[in-house]
Design a protein around this ligand. Sequence first.
Ligand SMILES: [Zn+2]
Length: 416
Amino acid sequence: MIYISPDSVAERFMRYVQIDTQSDPESHSHPTTEKQKDLSRLLFRELQAMGITRSMTDDYGYVYATIPANTSKTNVPAVCFCAHVDTAPDCSGYEVKPILHRYYDGKDIVLPDDPSQVLRPEVSPYLMEHLNSGVITASGLTLLGADDKSGVAAIMEAALFFMQHPEVKHGEIKLLFTPDEEVGKGTAKINMEQLGAQFGYTLDGGEAGSLEDETFSADGATLIIEGVIVHPGYAKNKLVNALKVAGAVLDALPKGEWSPETTEGREGFVHPVSVSGIAERAEIHFIVRDFTDEALELHHQRLRELAAQVVARFPGARMEYKSAEQYRNMKKILDRHPQVVAYAEEAIRRAGLTVKKESIRGGTDGSRLSYMGLPCPNIFTGMQNIHSKLEWIGTRDMAKAAETIVHLSVIWEENS
Ligand SMILES: [Zn+2]
């Protein structure tokens, strides 16, 4: 019988969230903030205390650990479970005071340190699925840090389960905790050889049962506009101001579609993120997002044509269009290894949940890991309202995430 106690995982989680691990997008060091290592070192010590002697933490703040195989089968792949230790820079992570509402009663939850922060079931209906069960919130001044300390806690609790249940057969299990995921650098200093896994799962998702095997594919695009520069006192009918051309290009972008603010679900978009320049020369930087390479290519074509039409209205002005790959939809890789997602679905069902397949309108460490040779979908932990003071999580969801990890390891062993 595979059972993880919600109270045990909650106690663990509440310890981890009290450690400030906010990452910093402005920093150029690795990790971007030294304090992330406070949690990494604690995890390392706890792994050692559990008897997981093959564990280490490095100068970049990564934690690597191996739970040895206990099966007689020799062909079970090494499977990795991964979570990030940092919290988002969007909201303070200093002196987080987690509050366990042990038997949630279905009422509004007023956060005591700032009573204007109220968690309401009519706004967050998922709360009602946790009636009479544990809900953890912050106290009103900070985020909670369920993103992604719930993933960290679920993996650590599953590790403890394995160490105390040698009768549960599994192959080699790899644990990985990363810094700087929230600032897009979670895989920057990862040592894939040290990790030594063939397949992976990040625990960094929302509602119980959710499984994300698809992310955006992402490109950047730069439009360079060259004007015609002449002394302004003698410029009549000659000068072409690149800044005005850039303004006209931005104005020509459609208003009711093709933007982050007008799309959802599986729709892609183009989004100008910065403009720079002088009268002579201007640049507009865009991000381009969709789920397939073909769709990305269509967005580039459309943007290039739209820009060319506008620039043509300014005789003498010239333009150049450049695109650059940022990251790719993990589904392309996962489709080559269908068992990775199929086993996760089976594990979620064995944990007693309904599978909710979802796609992420963004990138994850898993999308980068998938292209680094570690096919890596994303599994739920239960986190809600992330990156905000109203962040919360149900303790039962975290326990179910830990159970899913155990089931997954068993399923990989059974099918090898
Ligand atoms: Zn996360």
